[in-house]
Design a protein around this ligand. Structure first.
Ligand code: ZN
Length: 250
């Protein structure tokens, strides 16, 4: 039997063009299982549509900070002004059932038999939504990681953190399509990048395909109709910068 191929995707941020491009690619790659590391909504202009798709396609969805704040009526003081505007706008677009669904999303989920888990930000105080950019940040997370591999998002920058003994290394993602074998002796914390608002300077949707039995990961980058997504942001009256940033991947 062919090995199960799992797509791990996240930070969709209501970008329908990017989400559909990723799902088309994943299906062409014989992916049969989808899990989401959160931030289904926020920033782009199709929150309800993306939520409906993710809800029907993904086996597991964990809660991102935008999912949280779009479904809880709490202060947005900690957000950048453009993010706060997008969250307030998104709260008005979602139907009641979708808000309840976002509100109930778990913070993390582990698949112990398959040796991996998913979380949006980190496992150390996940509700603090810490950003893991370097090996110091990753160290705090690894102390709480109870399966060999965890996938996350939140920074919108794809990366591999590898823990070998007490030593932690950070690797840039391998070229798209290259299959990388994870070492059985190491722990991994893998950032799958962002579907809907990449910030690593590459204006293409990012996600990962994972084969749990052989522990192979493959990063993928998928072009999407940036003009269409940007146009919807402008027409919705969302901040201009949220449209402009898509073309530069920042
Ligand atoms: Zn995000």
């Amino acid at each position: 039997m062919a090995e199960e191929r799992i797509a791990i995707l996240g930070d969709i941020h209501a970008n329908l063009e990017a989400l559909n491009a990723v799902l088309d690619d994943a299906r062409s790659q014989q992916v049969t299982t989808f899990h989401c590391v959160g931030d289904v909504v926020g920033y782009n202009a199709n929150p309800q549509e993306c939520l409906d798709i993710i809800r029907s396609v993904c086996g597991t969805v964990v809660r991102g900070n935008h999912d949280h704040y779009c479904s809880h009526d709490t202060s947005l003081n900690d957000f950048q002004p453009n993010a706060a505007i997008a969250i307030e706008w998104t709260r008005r677009q979602l139907n009641e059932d979708s808000v309840r669904w976002l509100e109930m999303l778990p913070m993390s989920k582990a698949f112990f038999q398959q040796s991996f888990g998913v979380v949006h930000a980190t496992l150390d105080m996940p509700e603090q939504w810490g950003y893991v950019f370097d090996t110091f940040d990753a160290g705090a997370h690894f102390a709480y990681q109870t399966t060999p591999i965890y996938f996350h998002g939140h920074t919108h920058v794809p990366a591999i953190f590898e823990k070998s003994g007490n030593n932690i290394s950070r690797y840039a993602p391998p070229p798209p399509g290259e299959r990388v074998s994870l070492k059985f002796a190491c722990k991994y914390f893998i950032n799958v990048g962002s579907v809907g608002q990449p910030r690593d300077g590459i204006p293409e949707a990012s996600y990962v395909i994972f084969e749990p039995r052989s522990r192979i990961v493959e990063f993928r980058r998928i072009p999407f109709d940036i003009e269409a997504a940007a146009d919807k942001i402008r027409k919705a009256g969302l901040p201009q910068r949220l449209a402009d940033r898509l073309a530069v991947g920042k």
